[in-house]
Design a protein. Sequence first.
Length: 211
Amino acid sequence: MQRSPASENSGGVYKKVSLEVKSRNDLLAAAKMNGATLSVTDCWPLYRDEMAMLLELTGSPIAIKKTITTLQEMTGVNEVHEVDHDVKSTLIFIALEKPRICRSTEGLAIMCLDCPFDSTEVPSRWRFAARKTRDVGEIVARLGEGGIQARIQDISPLDRNVTLSQKEKGIIVVAIERGYFDFPRKITLKDLGNLVGVDPASLSKILHSVE
């Protein structure tokens, strides 16, 4: 995932976003089929279309060896090698073509909080912090263009001093989905207010709290 330090986008409140993402997770599948468990420790970009991940594998030596072999044979994986190991786990480096989920964040101020490739839930859960609310809608749109269904589960200020009610969170979700934060806007404040049942003045205050 593309990671942007908070210092590059100071002066505003970050949003904590939770998405439900329906996408294949070949990394976890490779570990599971060989009797191992896998977690994503770190990731970073290598080249324009390639990225690297540090993966922690746990299981028997045979299960880990089989998992590494499976990963090496996967389409889009360019390099896999062991970095470190102990009696409990093995750390491996993997270089691969950038997944569509990661591509959806390119050029946006996004900081991953939970990696979707580390999620054992089905559909996967992806949590990230976003500086601009319209970037959330952009990510959902890009995922859709890539054939990946994504649904906003929750969005709230990352600043603990700012809170939103469940109703306000729901309004923000609808505003994102209807393109209020897009440029140009796809829905007016008045029309959005009619849709969510809130007068324009009150709605404006809610929307400004996350802009």
